[in-house]
Design a protein around this ligand. Structure first.
Ligand code: B1M
Length: 211
C-alpha cells in the first residue's frame, strides 16, 4: 500500500523521483487522483509557500519542490482530465515581450498548477497579441505577466493598454510580478494586483476567481 505521507514529504522536500514513484503506486492501489492532489500535494505546496514566506525556504527549495510537484502532476493530469475534475480557474502566464527570463515565471506557473489552476503557459518574449488571444480564445480569467528587466517592464503597460483597446479589460484580472516590478508600478499601469513571490500569486489568483 502506498504511504501517502511520503508523497507529502516528497513534495515538501523536493524529491521528484519519490513523488513520482509514490504517485504511481497510489494510482495502482486505487487512490482517487483528486484526493492525492487535494489531500497531500496541494497541502505540501501550501506548506512550501508558508516556509518561503517565513524565510525558512529560499528560491532553490521552491524550485525543487515545484519540480517534484510537476513530476507527480504529469502522472495525475491526464487522469484528472478523464475524471472531469474542474480546475479552480484558468490563468495565462508569460514573460513579457523582449524578456527571456523564465525561472520565476515557471515557478509561479507550477505553484498555480499546484493550487488547482489550469495554466496556459505562453512562454517568454510574449507580446500583447498572445495574451489577448488567450483571453478571447481560451477564456482565461487571469493574465499573469512576469518581467525581470527594467527595460521590459513597459511591455506590461503596453499589454494592459492593448487589452483595454481590444475591449476585453472587464473580462480579465491582470497580475504582474518579477524582481524589478513594484506595487506602485502595478498600480500606475492599472494592473489589478502585484505579487512579489510565487506563493502570494496563488493566493491572489484564488481571490480573483472566488470574486
Ligand atoms: Co539576467 N538579468 N539578463 N539572465 N538575470 C538579471 C535579471 C539582472 C538583475 C542581473 C544583474 O545585472 N544584476 C539584470 C537586470 C538588470 C535590470 O534590468 N534591472 C539582468 C540582465 C541585464 C540580463 C541581460 C540583459 C544580460 C545581457 O545579455 N547583457 C540578459 C537579457 C536577456 C533577455 O531577457 N532579453 C540576461 C540574460 C539572463 C540569462 C539568460 C543568462 C539568465 C536567464 C535564464 C532563464 O531565466 N532561463 C539570467 C539570469 C538567471 C538572471 C539572474 C541571475 C537570476 C534571475 C532569476 O531567475 N531569479 C538575475 C539576477 C538576480 O535576480 N539575482 C538576472 C530567480 C527567480 C526565481 O526569481 O524571477 O525574481 P524571479 O521570480 C520571483 C519573483 O520575482 C516572483 O516570483 C518568483 C519566485 O518568488 N515573480 C512573480 C516573478 N514573476 C512573477 C509573476 C507574477 C508573480 C510573481 O505574477 C504575475
Amino acid at each position: 500500500m502506498a504511504d501517502m505521507q511520503q508523497l507529502y514529504d516528497a513534495v515538501l522536500n523536493g524529491d521528484a523521483n519519490l513523488a513520482r514513484s509514490v504517485t504511481e503506486k497510489a494510482i495502482e492501489d486505487g487512490f482517487p487522483p483528486k484526493d492525492l492532489l487535494d489531500s497531500y500535494m496541494i497541502p505540501a505546496m501550501d506548506e512550501v509557500g508558508r516556509l518561503f514566506e517565513e524565510d525558512e525556504y529560499f528560491v532553490p527549495e521552491l524550485l525543487i519542490s515545484a519540480r517534484a510537484m510537476k513530476s507527480a502532476l504529469e502522472i495525475l493530469r491526464p487522469l484528472l482530465a478523464e475524471g472531469g475534475v474542474e480546475p479552480v480557474g484558468k490563468v495565462a502566464i508569460g514573460t513579457v515581450k523582449g524578456d527571456l527570463h523564465d525561472i520565476g515565471k515557471n515557478l509561479v506557473a507550477a505553484m498555480l498548477e499546484g493550487g488547482g489552476f489550469e495554466v496556459i503557459d505562453l512562454g517568454v518574449d510574449v507580446g500583447p497579441e498572445k495574451f489577448i488571444a488567450a483571453v478571447k480564445e481560451k477564456g482565461v480569467q487571469v493574465v499573469a505577466m512576469s518581467a525581470l528587466l527594467t527595460t521590459t517592464m513597459p511591455s506590461m503597460k503596453t499589454t494592459l493598454q492593448e487589452i483595454q483597446a481590444a475591449g476585453i479589460r472587464d473580462q480579465v484580472k491582470v497580475m504582474v510580478g518579477g524582481a524589478p516590478v513594484t506595487e506602485r508600478y502595478a498600480s500606475e499601469i492599472g494592473a489589478d494586483a502585484y505579487s512579489d513571490n510565487a506563493s502570494a500569486a496563488v493566493t491572489i489568483a484564488r481571490s480573483f476567481v472566488n470574486g
